[in-house]
Design a protein around this ligand. Structure first.
Ligand code: C2E
Ligand code: CA
Ligand code: CA
Length: 660
């Protein structure tokens, strides 16, 4: 078998003739041939080496390139990793933010079997994360009944054509709690305009809604009774006016003020007062129709709108019902208490065409009802306004006068009717009005009592009179043979006596003026002590222990229980002028005349002195002396005088020290 020849050897072998098998060869040629082959081989080897070398270079290059590629890839990979992590983080952040913001979402695609609900929405509504609502219908089941139809309509509208709808609605979460959501639904359509996709975003706005409603409540409701307040009610009146105009109908505005609320509040405390207001508001409400409106106007004032109204008579019926309901005794803190109401009524359009006017007139009518004896109703009548305006002006003037200390004190002597000797001086408040002239305390004291000004007036009269008496003591010598110095008698209003600070202030005043308490007498009416006998007994006891004398003023005009009178430290009884007027006259005065000896007898039995007021004639004086009443006061002896006149006429000559 012939072995194949390597191509590289083929040519030299041929040249040597060896290719055809054994031939005789010339050694020289053979040598040359071998050399040639050797050279050839060397060349070949060099070529191979070069080749190899270049291959090696390429391989290193490749390896380098490879390494670079790998490095590149690693950086890329780490970039991708980083970005992915970042993305993941921002996705988590977004979800968290959505959750924090209370933002949930859902989506629906045509062809899908159901809807997809975001984890946030599931969490917001406390849904089972493994069993979220499967369809729009199931999601709608979470919407509270009242809002469901509206939500349904929005979904349908969004399914009809591409649009974006927003609104707020309430959903009930899995725990049954109602939450408010601002909902957005957006729909997308394909080229044919068919809606293929719905997306919904739901933002939980419960907190905002709650805050809003709280603000609304604060602004428009009275916290205590839960009723609308003044601001809300003014709007209600406006609405009623607009409606009544449109329908040519009428309505009534009631202004209700409780009688005796302050007393209960003062004596039983604020909690009882609050309770009373709540109970009263419920009772009033119970007297009204559904459509009628009730509001608390402030303090113990309520407003009622009876709308519509056909006849005045109808309003009167409702109002009487309210009066009765309010005046029924109620339980407060375990005690039974009774209040009543005074109600003023203004009708639209007869008594005013705008809320402020109607309110003002209802208020004026209420005031009249109160004046007329409480627990009463009064329809507005135009003349009310004039007298009320005058009264308000007077109160303002009085307030200004008190502030300027413009009130004065007059002094009327109380004398021994037999000898004419001055025993005491009654201090009487005086107000000289800049335009109206002198105004009697019979007019302004009740105004002052009503407005609380009496406290300041009473204090000022007491202080001035005490200081005046001390000044007279120091500057005037009593006329010879007149005995001691006169006492000072000062009127005290029931309102003053009720002030907790009264006794304390009085003590301070006596200390400051150094007037001995025994020189002071306080005049109180029967009503003052009989209204609250226990309290009066306590205060009067304190006063008499200080050494102050108590006189019962206007005696015989009020209702006194003799049994009670015995428990009070009464030092003096002042017989009212009404019983003195007819004394010493013949005929019709006889019956009255019998009263004076009776009062004198009562005074004796109480161990008290007795003074007759309003003695104008000598006949009265004689009759009184005959009946055993020597102390008197009246025009017969002197009218009330200014301090200077009084000092001049009744308190003796000025001492040299004072004159000098
Ligand atoms: P009152 O305490 O009964 O005072 C006596 C009143 O009768 C005084 O009227 C006096 O001027 C008047 N008067 C005195 N003598 C006669 C007389 O012979 N005939 C007639 N017709 N009247 C006589 P005034 O000063 O107008 O006081 C009226 C009432 O005002 C007083 O009645 C008293 O209740 C009250 N008042 C006066 N000053 C004060 C005060 O400072 N504080 C308090 N709380 N009430 C006062
Ligand atoms: Ca008096
Ligand atoms: Ca009197």
């Amino acid at each position: 078998m012939k072995r194949p020849v390597h191509p590289l050897l083929a040519r030299p072998l041929r040249r040597l003739g060896l290719d055809r098998g054994g031939a005789s060869a010339d050694p020289a040629r053979l040598r040359a041939l071998v050399d040639a082959v050797g050279r050839r081989y060397a060349r070949f080897e060099a070529a191979v080496d070069a080749e190899r070398q270049s291959h090696r270079i390429a391989a290193t290059g490749l390896a380098h390139a490879n390494a670079a590629l790998r490095a590149e890839r690693r950086t890329l990979e780490s970039h991708v990793h980083e970005r992915t992590a970042q993305l993941e983080q921002s996705r988590v952040d977004l979800l968290e933010a959505q959750l924090l913001a209370g933002l949930g979402s859902w989506s629906y695609r045509e062809g899908d079997r159901g809807i997809e609900v975001s984890a946030q929405l599931a969490q917001l509504l406390g849904m089972d994360p493994d069993a979220p609502p499967a369809s729009i219908e199931e999601l709608l089941d979470y919407v509270v009944e009242d809002d469901r139809a509206g939500a349904q309509r929005s979904v349908e509208a969004a399914l009809r054509e591409p649009r974006r709808l927003t609104g707020e609605l309430r959903l009930r979460d899995a725990r049954g709690e109602v939450r408010w959501f601002a909902s957005t639904i957006a729909s997308q359509a394909d080229e044919d305009g068919r809606v293929t996709r719905l997306r919904g975003a739901m933002l939980d706005v419960t907190a905002r809604r709650l805050a809003e409603s709280r603000v609304q409540r604060l602004a428009y409701h009275d916290d205590l009774t839960g009723l609308p307040n003044r601001a809300a009610f003014m709007e209600h009146i406006g609405e009623s006016i607009a409606q009544a105009r449109a329908r040519s109908s009428r309505f009534a505005l009631l202004f209700l003020d409780l009688d005796g609320f302050k007393e209960i509040n003062d004596s039983l405390g604020h909690d009882a007062g609050d309770d009373l207001l709540r109970q009263v508001s419920q009772r009033i409400r119970a007297c009204l129709r559904q459509a009628d409106r009730l509001a608390r106007f402030g303090g113990d004032e309520f407003l009622v709108l009876i709308d519509p109204v056909r006849k005045r008579r109808d309003v009167e019926v409702v109002t009487r019902k309210i009066l009765k309901a309010v005046a029924t005794p109620l339980k407060l803190d375990g005690l039974m208490a009774t209040v009543s109401a005074s109600i003023g009524i203004a009708m639209f359009p007869d008594d005013g065409g705008d809320p402020p006017r109607l309110l003002k007139n209802a208020d004026a009518a209420m005031y009249q009802a109160k004046q007329g004896g409480r627990n009463a109703l009064r329809f507005y009548a135009p003349q009310i306004n004039a007298s009320l305006r005058e009264k308000v002006a007077m109160i303002n003037d009085l307030r200004a006068a008190v502030a300027r200390s413009a009130l004065d004190v007059a002094y009327q002597p109380i004398v021994d009717g037999e000898t004419g000797r001055v025993l005491g001086l009654e201090a009487l408040a005086r107000w000289d009005h800049p335009e109206r002239g002198p105004i009697t305390p019979a007019v302004f004291v009740p105004l002052a009592e009503e407005t609380g000004l009496i406290g300041a007036i009473g204090t000022s009269v007491l202080a001035r009179a005490c200081a005046q008496l001390v000044a007279w003591d120091a500057t005037r010598a009593p006329p010879p043979g007149t005995g001691g110095r006169p006492y000072l008698s000062v009127n005290v209003s029931p309102v003053q006596l009720r002030e907790e600070t009264f006794v304390r202030e009085l003590r301070a005043l006596l200390a400051a003026t150094r007037l001995p308490a025994s020189r002071l007498q306080l005049e109180l009416t029967e009503g003052t002590v009989m209204d609250e006998p226990e309290r009066a007994a306590r205060v009067l006891g304190e006063l008499s222990r200080m050494g102050i004398r108590i006189a019962l003023d206007d005696f015989g005009t009020g209702h006194s229980s003799l049994a009670y009178l015995r428990t009070f430290p009464i030092g003096c009884i002042k017989i009212d002028r009404a019983f003195v007027v007819d004394l010493g006259r013949e005929g019709p005065g006889v019956r009255q005349a019998a009263i004076v000896p009776a009062i004198v007898a009562i005074a004796r039995s109480l161990g008290a002195g007795v003074v007759a007021e309003g003695v104008e004639t000598g006949a009265q004086r004689e009759a009184l002396v005959a009946m055993g009443c020597r102390e008197m006061q009246g025009y017969l002896f002197s009218r009330p005088l200014t301090a200077d006149e009084c000092g001049e006429r009744f308190l003796g000559a000025e001492t040299p020290a004072a004159a000098g």
